[in-house]
Write a protein that binds this ligand. Structure first.
Ligand code: NSS
Length: 456
């Protein structure tokens, strides 16, 4: 019997939990299941996701963050004290096991760890409140700090991470520099209705809705740029696709018109989706997202103008008048006609924020673009070409009833070498909801912030 103790392995840098002559580094479940760990005897540690006892064997499902593996404790093979300890351990206890990896076609992943030594590190003090039975969404949101351990949330969090690494990879390879701007701001970007006001010492400030205005300053410094940061919207109604705090991937590029930014968006989105197909097959399968659906996502994406879209949804029968923004209901009508993401361009001036450039050939519409995901998901990006000219921008600010004083520095940008430029924002949770076929955007983020929820 080897003594239990924590040592650092100077070779691998990982902590050893079981000391003794054959000191072994800790294997991850992923390494065990892939067979990439170069020893048959392994130490694993994690949380007891499930437990079943039968015929003198305790079957454990151990989860360690990289995956889930079956581990078996046989009476007689482990000492009686250990067997009893695991017999009474509740699920979600933290445990450490040592054993031999053996192929077993009945085990999930085709391998199991036959344990010869183990300990419960911290036994769960109570029964885990989330059981296999159905729980309502509000209960699961109250217990979110524990629900994040579920297969569903773990898979979503991994998909999120892979989306973001694909975003960085694509931008970095295409000459975009990552830049960060403040989250505390002094003016609205996307309209006052969804601004969160905060006290900034003796002044009024707001949580940012978008990096855009700062980005337009920075393109004259660093060229094409992107950011990944939280944005805040005081969304006053409950919907399936609005968070009050969401992660915003935004890009801005000088010498780039509407057509150019559409090209950036379709190539970026295609890269994100191709990376998911390559790296997240298991997660996508859990959500029954067919790879064929995603493999169709390749540039060029289809484009329709707002005018065409308005006709496609039956004009006023869709519940809006010409000029109104497309809401969830209208986007649903439209997206059923597509089986992959597509662009809607040239939204009416009154449906869009002040900075959008009116189309020189028809100033009632703007050189704007949203990307809509199919299957009812709707808008996942919004952006377009910006107003370049000082007087035109000032006129639009006034026309929208905004205070030019708040936008003085932004107007200044048009005084010193204004250029054609465009950008867009992509809602990370909107993209995750679509690829993972989620019913509600709250599950695309670990701890959602919603109109009625700021706990836990
Ligand atoms: O309001 S947007 O359509 N556009 C902007 O903020 C631009 N200033 C971005 C830019 O050009 N740099 O928001 C962009 C995207 C939108 O398409 C959604 O995908 C997402 O941000 N979005 C949201 N996601 C989750 N929850 C909420 N409330 C939300 N609002 C927008």
């Amino acid at each position: 019997m080897l003594a239990l103790g924590f040592l650092n392995n100077p070779r691998s840098g990982r902590t050893l939990s079981f000391g003794g002559p054959e000191m072994q580094p800790v294997a991850t479940v992923r390494e065990i299941l892939l067979g990439t760990f170069d020893a048959k005897h392994v130490i694993v540690r994690g949380w007891l996701q499930n437990k079943r006892i039968g015929g003198g064997i305790i079957f454990l499902l151990l989860r360690d963050g990289s995956g889930v593996v079956q581990c078996t404790l046989r009476k007689g093979k482990v000492d009686d004290k250990t067997f009893e300890e695991f017999q009474s351990a509740r699920i979600e206890s933290s445990v450490e096991l040592r054993g031999e990896v053996k192929p077993d076609p009945r085990a999930p992943g085709g391998r199991e760890v036959q344990v010869d030594e183990g300990r419960v590190v911290h036994p769960a003090l109570e029964e885990f409140p989330i059981a296999k039975q159905f729980h309502g969404p509000e209960f699961l949101l109250d217990k979110r700090h524990l629900f994040v351990r579920s297969d569903k949330m773990r898979s979503i969090l991994r998909v999120r991470a892979v989306v973001l690494s694909a975003v960085r990879e694509w931008f970095d390879e295409h000459g975009f520099t990552e830049v960060h701007v403040p989250s505390l701001t002094s003016a609205a970007v996307e309209g006052g209705a969804t601004l969160f006001e905060v006290k900034y010492f003796d002044q009024k400030a707001y949580l940012t809705q978008s990096w855009q205005l700062y980005a337009e300053a920075l393109i004259a410094s660093v060229g094409s740029i992107y950011t990944i940061a939280p944005s805040f919207r005081a969304e006053k109604s409950r919907t399936r696709r609005h968070l009050t705090e969401y992660w915003h991937v935004e890009a801005e590029a000088p010498w780039c018109d509407l057509n150019c930014i559409i090209g950036v968006e379709e190539r970026l989105l295609s890269h994100i989706v191709a990376t998911l197909v390559e790296k997240c097959k298991t997660e996508l399968a859990l959500f029954e997202r067919k790879l064929e659906d995603l493999e169709k996502v390749k540039p060029p994406f289809e484009r329709v103008t707002y005018d065409q879209a308005f006709k496609m949804i039956g004009e006023e029968k869709s519940g809006i008048k010409w000029g109104d923004d497309l809401g969830y209901e209208q986007e649903k009508l439209l997206t059923v006609k597509f089986d992959r993401p597509f662009f809607v361009t040239h939204y009416p001036k009154k449906a869009k924020a002040f900075y959008h450039l009116p189309d020189p050939s028809n100033p009632e519409v703007t050189l704007s673009v949203d990307c809509l995901a199919p299957e009812g998901y709707g808008e996942i990006t919004g952006g377009g070409q910006r107003i370049e000219n000082y007087d035109a921008l000032l006129a639009r600010i006034r026309e929208e009833g905004l205070d030019p004083k708040s936008y003085e520095w932004y107007l200044d940008l048009r005084k010193f070498g204004s250029v054609t430029h465009s950008g867009f924002g992509l809602g990370l949770e909107r993209v995750v909801s679509w690829v993972c076929r989620l019913d509600h955007i709250r599950d695309a983020i670990a701890f959602p912030r919603l109109i009625n929820r700021i706990y836990p």
